[in-house]
Design a protein. Structure first.
Length: 629
């Protein structure tokens, strides 16, 4: 129904409301002024509608606030009627009882029409009127059990597109025991999370085991242990959650609000939630270049930057395969976004300079790097050429083209490095500042721990080993690492750059890192992964210790001996140097370049670690460890 039709309906209902109020409620006789009174009352309704425009709200999405506004309109209609009759035709208002009755009936009419319209739209009219028990089941749809508070569940069920008409909700499990027995839009709260097993047994006894379980919040999911979640998965129950803001913005199907929970989300600690507004403000309307755009971190950077409304996105990668896939994905999700994919190796200084001069980025995210510890240990020359010299090429090109900001993706392995990869990233941090700083361009260094699900992560390795029936191979039972998910890592990068953009011009940024809590033992991670498959560690899947590999450490730290940690923002810490970093002479980088070109692996190791030691020079200070607040 169009706006004009709605307004006409409203006016007609006001006309009828006065008549009904006069004869049925007040029981007043019909006189010659009756039609005139009803006409004036309808005129009052028209005036109220034109002023307050109540009919703009779609009837099929009517809510409690809409009903209150309708009754407000009825009261204002009655007031307008009183004013009109006093000014135009005194003495025919019919009295206060008539007007009050008409207002009540008009509001009831308006509200009832919308309730009926929405019920028809959601196909619930007959079911709501005739059903006496719990919500009816659709036999063709999988059954959904919702885990979350009653308020969260009601808000989810209220949204017409929430279920996408693909699930039938059979109940809610709430963190609060006092909410048990409540009914939310025909769906009952069956019990508390603490009694989940009992609730599940009761559903199975009644022949209604859930086909899927929806976790509305991270806290609701965190109360379930890996063993219980693994048992549910082994029984064929799907574990679901709602899409995040970035995912919904990037999704071509806006109505697909539910997705499978990834293994990485089940393994990690409760994620750190960062304010998305500074990230949007950072990227909105700016030209952005992402190097290493096809990698696990680079591709997620592209997704979140594209969803945040950048003016232009340039994706740079040396891998044809990876670049093709991320370009196709961005094209499908954001067909109107101006973008460019460029096949380029950051080790080629001339090529990098031409690309940046053509694209003229405002912000550069440098994610291109060789990250696998063992591979870089076996190929140190390639690690230095990409991680150190490639960073210099990007920093020089970004500064030359007038970029406002350069963000380098680093790693906790750069702290007190024992591997070639970690040492190369530590030198790259200094190179980015030295060759990119000192002018109008700010430089941010973002350092974080292991990323669950990234290329080279233990998670896909353990997954394939479990799929083969074991054993899971582990270097040492005492190895522990900081962990974060890929979306978390990328949010940190974007947030760090946003913080640096608003920092004082005279302040040098420290190294930004996520407040990641306590490190996780890899053996515990392996056991949780086994349990998440519904198996028992050591009984179904063996865990085999193989010994530490070259360059590998038992533990990692996020702050070095010549740095001190301080809070930067909620969820973010900053590692600040105690004294200015010594400059790296151009000749030393040229020496690295010459050694790499010559394939002198022993010379590369010696020169690289000599550079690291000069960068880590400090007084008798102790390592500052970051603790969760």
């Amino acid at each position: 129904m169009g706006h004009v039709g709605k307004i006409a309906t409203n006016v007609l209902l006001a006309f009828l409301a006065l008549l009904v109020g006069r004869y049925l409620v007040i029981d007043m006789p019909f006189t010659g002024d009756t039609l005139l009174q009803a006409t004036y009352y309808a005129l009052g309704a028209l005036i109220v509608e034109l002023v307050f425009r109540v009919e703009r709200a779609p009837w099929r999405f009517v809510s409690a606030s809409d009903h209150l506004r309708l009754f407000r309109s009825a009261v204002l209609t009655a007031a307008a009627f009183m004013v009109i009759t006093r000014l135009v035709h005194p003495g025919i208002d019919g009295g206060l009882r008539t007007v009050a009755g008409a207002a009540l009936i008009q509001g009831t009419f308006l509200s009832a029409l919308r309730v009926i319209r929405r019920s028809l739209h959601e196909r619930q009219l007959l079911d709501s009127v005739l059903r006496l028990g719990p919500a009816s089941m659709h036999p063709a749809l999988p059954r959904l059990l919702i885990v979350g508070s009653a308020a969260e569940a009601e808000a989810f069920l209220r949204a017409p597109a929430g279920l996408g008409e693909r699930y039938t909700p059979i109940g809610v499990v709430s963190p609060q025991d006092r909410e048990t027995g409540d009914e939310l839009r025909g769906v009952c709260v069956l019990g508390a999370i603490a009694d989940f097993d009992r609730v599940l047994a009761r559903l199975r006894d009644s022949g209604l085991p859930p086909s899927a379980i929806l976790f509305l919040t991270d806290s609701a999911m965190s109360t379930f242990g890996a063993e219980r979640l693994g048992r549910l998965k082994a029984e064929g129950v799907r574990l679901l959650r709602r899409h995040g803001v970035v995912e919904m913005g990037a999704s071509a199907d806006g109505g697909a609000m539910l997705r499978e929970i990834s293994l990485e989300e089940l393994l990690s600690r409760p994620p750190v939630r960062l304010d998305p507004e500074p990230i949007r403000a950072l990227v909105w309307g700016r030209r952005v270049v992402v190097t290493g755009a096809g990698g696990s971190i680079g591709s997620e950077l592209c997704r979140q930057i594209a969803a945040s409304g950048c003016a232009h996105l340039t994706m740079v990668d040396a891998s044809e395969y990876n670049l093709f896939h991320i370009d196709r994905e961005i094209a499908e999700r954001h067909p109107l976004l101006p973008r460019r994919e460029i096949l380029c190796d950051v080790r080629d200084a001339a090529r990098v300079e031409r690309v940046f001069a053509e694209q003229k980025p405002d912000i550069v995210f440098h994610a291109a790097a060789l990250k696998h510890v063992t591979l870089v240990e076996n190929h140190p020359c390639e690690g230095v050429r990409t991680n150190v010299l490639g960073t210099r090429n990007v920093a020089v090109a970004a500064k030359a083209c007038g970029a406002a900001h350069l963000a380098l993706i680093s790693t906790d392995k750069a702290v007190a490095p024992t591997s070639i990869m970690g040492a190369a990233k530590r030198v790259a941090e200094a190179v980015a500042r030295q060759y990119g700083g000192g002018g109008d361009m700010r430089v941010s260094i973002v350092r974080f721990g292991n990323v669950l699900g990234s290329a080279g992560s233990v998670v896909p390795i353990f997954q394939s080993q479990i799929a083969r029936g074991g054993p899971i191979t582990l270097t040492d039972a005492n190895v522990e690492r900081y962990f974060m998910t890929i979306p978390e890592a990328v949010q940190l990068v974007l947030r760090a750059v946003a913080l640096s953009m608003i920092a004082s011009d005279g302040d040098e940024d420290g190294v930004l890192t996520l407040e990641m809590g306590e490190p996780v033992k890899i053996i515990d991670l392996a056991k949780r992964m086994i349990e998440l498959q519904g198996l028992v560690p050591e009984r179904d899947i063996e865990i085999k210790i193989t010994g530490l590999r070259p360059g590998e450490k038992l533990t990692e730290t996020l702050v070095d001996v010549n740095e001190v940690a301080r809070a930067k923002a909620p969820g973010i810490m900053e590692a600040v140097r105690m004294s200015p970093a010594p400059p790296i002479a151009d000749a030393r980088l040229e020496t690295l370049d010459a050694l790499a070109e010559a394939g002198d692996e022993a010379g590369i190791r010696e020169e690289l670690f000599a550079l690291v030691e000069s960068l880590r020079q400090t007084g008798p200070s102790k390592v500052v460890k970051i603790r969760a607040s």
